[in-house]
Ligand binder design. Sequence first.
Ligand code: BGC
Length: 382
Amino acid sequence: MKKKVLGALLSVAMVATLLVGCGGGDAAPATTEAPAAEAPAADAAAPADTAATGSGKKVGVAMPTQSSERWINDGANMKAQLEALGYEVDLQYAEDDVQMQVSQIENMIASGVNCLVIASIDSGALVNVEAQAKEAGIPIIAYDRLLMDTDAVSYYATFDNKGVGTAIGKYIEEKKDLANTSETFTIEFFMGSPDDNNAHMLYDGLMEVLQPYLDNGTLICKSGRTSFDDTCILRWSQETAQQNCENYLTGFYADEDLDICATAFDGFAYGCKAALEGAGYTEANWPLITGQDAELMATKNIISGKQTMSIYKDTRLLAEKCVTMVQAVLEGAEPEINDTEQYDNGKIVVPSYLCTPVAVDKDNYEEIIVEGGYYTAEQLAE
Ligand code: BGC
């Protein structure tokens, strides 16, 4: 069933699970402290064309969790870039606890922040606290995840979320030469949290590429779970992804190998890796595993062959774009916007800047990630 297709691909874009279901996510231990984490080997300084105008103003930055490396980097980059401009920063992590995030934002409002930057846990659960901010005259910028059902959000900085899905789909399509092959490949899906708009957009982009191959039988999903509802994983839980993968392997792949784990997140790729190792998969039958975020561990797994690809999202760039939005709402500057159509949150279409996600694998990680200064060769060798 395996077929080797050579060549690097640099794609620029642009369940209710088997037994566990979307409700199976576990929250990480609760803490409100911002981490002492380092940003990627990055120049986290303020954008070059901006002046240090933030003096005396305070920005509340609400991040979802420290359980995944990307958010630690996001928070560190935002804090460094805002502080370089003279802003005071209150950075809080809510450890995937929605109520904790609500309280953190309430406290930020009470403490007199001038602007809020929010990467939500549940994008529709902050409507009341967002209304409080609006009432208090505090502008809100949505960070990476769209804030739904509110007119209190001014701007949105993110990556092209549908483009992430398309890039993952195209990677699978090209690596397995799906358009030309006469072989068939088994595939299982591990999609993101249903309360995160990004997860839906990623799924749509992915299926735009892969659905034709499921329809014509080139791709075979033996669990039959291909819909978003059947493959989404609440709060992006790595444990649930592992459990789902274990269940799929036991239930459907006793006599035949699983060829492709189409996952939406590096954390899911780690879960699949653990399940596959537990089931006795080796280099000889290791599947193609996708991911998202190009976390340090994922990049190491790509180098060692335990993960095939990830989507690199330069959190330095995202922070830079978001900081220009903070400046716009506080100083009357003009932020760069490149999308005024896609991100309708149910109340308004939020003016957005979409950064470009990039597919990385063994063939291009050095050029994209190391030469791009995201991780050093030493970090990857540790
Ligand atoms: C982000 C992804 C991330 C996921 C899990 C999504 O909202 O866009 O980059 O992998 O959350 O943290």
